[in-house]
Design a protein around this ligand. Sequence first.
Ligand code: HEC
Ligand code: HEC
Length: 331
Amino acid sequence: MLIALFACGENREFLQYEAQDVSANWIKIPDHFPEIDFPEDNLPSKARISLGKQLFYDPILSLDKTVSCASCHIPQYSFSDTLALSSGAHGGIGQRNATALHNVAYVPRFFKDGGIPNLELQIKAPIEDQLEMNYNMHELTIRISRDSAYQRMAREAYGRDMDAFVITRALANFMRTFISGNSRYDLAQEGKYGFTEAEKRGMDLFFGDDAKCSTCHSGFNFTDNSYANNGSHQVYADTGRARITLKHMDHGKFRVPTLRNCEVTGPYMHDGSYRTLNDVLDSYQRGGSGHWNQDPLIEKIVFSNEEKEDLLAFLKTLTDDSFLTNESFRK
Ligand code: HEC
Ligand code: HEC
């Protein structure tokens, strides 16, 4: 009973606090993007975003204080890194390619297998993963609570002391500011950029019935967020979505990735096994590996070398330089 009363009182105080300076307006989204569905307990505020940013770059989050989130999520690569598989604490190598984090505010389920339902929950994973930060939330909370600057920021941001709630909320809050929607492709939609002839031909291929790219890579973020086996491998050591659902039919399926900024997010696919965009296009041109569970949409595409160059030129219009160089994301 005592506990219930306490929890209730604490919650009320938190809600009162929340009324002060939180607002979705802290995050500027382009007109052609949908609204962000913020969790009720974690609307943005200036204090929350800056606390999240501080944490994102701080190696205090890893056991041996050598690895920060930004070790693997680097702003100029759209918060991916340039390695096939990233190394974490003690130089251990992870199993998947570090995901780019632009427009993460719109991702419905996290990780390439969709195993984690929301962004706040996702944060525990890298902190506690032996191959990433190799730490645990409980001890991290104790360590970080000794830092008076962090305590001050936590109270200002969330009206409470530094704890797992604050760490996960603040990091998620910062990452939701990673909005990328100012590429040449976007500018062209607004009539502020004229595609070159090659880019135009590439766009027609991308959205056309032969290549069918936009069936899966659809919408404002170039993904329908479904899971598909795109025939990138003949044998899948990592079974992807099947790890979560335990279903045979999900073998080798991974979340369809956004293609925004793909010019700088290589190497590609779940395990970074494709070095360049050209390698990726070669695979689609061949019609994938022919894996038994390959999506029927992946079929041999007959296009000339010039058409492949056009498709590449189109993909590069999705690069958002203002995002990649945005100072407000940097340390
Ligand atoms: C050692 C490298 C490494 C470190 C350190 C790391 N990450 Fe990651 N991150 C990854 C990899 C690899 C994935 C892909 C995991 C998967 O899909 O199974 C990932 C995935 C993610 C995702 C999911 C994106 C999506 O669309 O599914 C988010 C969000 C994320 N990381 C945020 C963070 C935050 C916040 C931190 C710091 C607390 C962090 N990462 C630390 C390598 C790292
Ligand atoms: C059946 C759905 C589907 C179709 C059709 C499809 N893709 Fe993909 N694409 C995927 C999936 C799923 C992945 C991720 C696979 C993995 O992680 O192993 C992917 C990965 C990619 C990547 C790598 C991105 C990254 O971050 O690793 C690029 C680039 C890409 N696709 C471009 C295209 C192009 C261009 C076409 C048309 C020629 C196309 N895709 C057609 C589902 C599809």
